[in-house]
Structures are given as structure tokens and as C-alpha cells.
Design a protein around this ligand. Structure first.
Ligand code: ADP
Ligand code: MG
Length: 153
């Protein structure tokens, strides 16, 4: 299923991430696509909150992956922007994350496309200058219907 959302503020993107986080299941690998500054980390911060993560979520740009284990299931937050070769993913033992009991969110996943497992889910975030500075179009692909629905209330 593909579903399109529109947000008008970081808070709305955070809330959308939170909704997906509440529905997250072990084994999910979610690629976050979109240019620098589009809101991938904001979405992830909301997602973490939806999982019940209390630790502050900051971008793992210099370390490739941050693990948050204080939520309902482990969250592995990747930012692979600076990766030059997928060997760097081998070095951190990426398959333990992809095929572990948690959920992976990967910023700049297109850089490591060749090692992504089949059946990944995608959340693509885009700006549209005609619709204002804070407008974002957010397209979610590959999720089941239940994962789109806000079960939190
Ligand atoms: P990325 O991780 O994609 O590089 P960040 O999440 O770090 O981007 O930053 C997104 C920036 O865009 C933040 O400064 C945020 O306040 C701003 N912003 C403005 N409007 C939105 C929106 N609708 N959704 C998400 N972020 C927004
Ligand atoms: Mg980021």
C-alpha cells in the first residue's frame, strides 16, 4: 500500500512518526528518503517516542548507527550519508541490526541499496517550495494497513 500525507510543521511530522512508531513491529526495515534538512530525523524522533523511547534521539551521522533499547522494541537509527563503501556496513555488522528483533530506520538508504533486504518499507519526504517553507509531502510505501492507523487513542 502507498499512502501520502502532508504536514505543515515539524510537530506534525513528529506526530506522524509517532503513529508509525506505535504500530512498529520487530523486523521492519524502513528507508527514510529525502534531501538534507527535509525532516528524516524529526520523523525518527517521533517514531522513537511512539516506541516509548525516552533517551534523546540525535542524528548518528558520525557513527552510522545509534541503538535505543529503552522502548517497546529496539530501535536502530542509521544515517549512512557519509558511507563511501558498503564494506563500512559489513564492519558494523549490519545484518545483526537488519535481522535482529528490532526496527531499523535508515536515513540516506539509497547509498546502501545493494545490501538492503527484500521487502523494505519506504518513507519518502519531499518539500514543495510552492506550498511554503514548512510544507512536506510524506509518502509511505510497503506498510500494511494497520501500520497506518493510529491505534494510540
Ligand atoms: P534530515 O534528517 O532530513 O536532514 P532534520 O529532521 O534534521 O532533516 O531537519 C528538518 C528541519 O526542517 C528541521 O529544522 C525542522 O524544524 C524543519 N521543518 C520545517 N517544516 C517541517 C516539517 N513539516 N516536517 C519536518 N521538519 C520540518
Ligand atoms: Mg537527519
Amino acid at each position: 500500500m502507498t499512502r501520502v500525507y502532508e504536514t505543515e510543521s515539524p510537530e506534525e511530522t513528529f506526530a506522524l512518526g509517532e503513529m508509525f512508531g506505535r504500530a512498529a513491529k520487530p523486523g521492519q526495515v524502513i528507508c527514510l528518503d529525502g534531501d538534507l534538512g527535509v525532516g528524516k530525523t524529526v520523523f525518527t524522533q517521533g517514531f522513537a517516542k511512539g516506541l516509548g523511547v525516552k533517551d534523546p534521539v540525535v542524528s548518528p551521522t558520525f557513527t552510522i548507527v545509534h541503538e535505543y533499547t529503552d522502548g517497546r522494541i529496539p530501535l536502530y537509527h542509521f544515517d549512512v550519508y557519509r558511507i563511501e563503501d558498503v564494506d563500512e556496513m559489513e564492519e558494523i555488522g549490519y545484518d545483526d541490526y537488519f535481522f535482529g528483533g528490532g526496527v531499523c530506520l535508515i536515513e540516506w538508504a539509497e547509498k546502501i541499496r545493494e545490501i538492503l533486504p527484500g521487502g523494505v518499507q519506504v518513507v519518502a519526504i519531499e518539500k514543495n517550495p510552492e506550498k511554503g517553507f514548512d510544507y512536506r509531502k510524506i509518502t509511505a510505501e510497503g506498510f500494511e494497513k494497520a501500520e497506518y492507523e493510529d491505534s494510540g487513542n
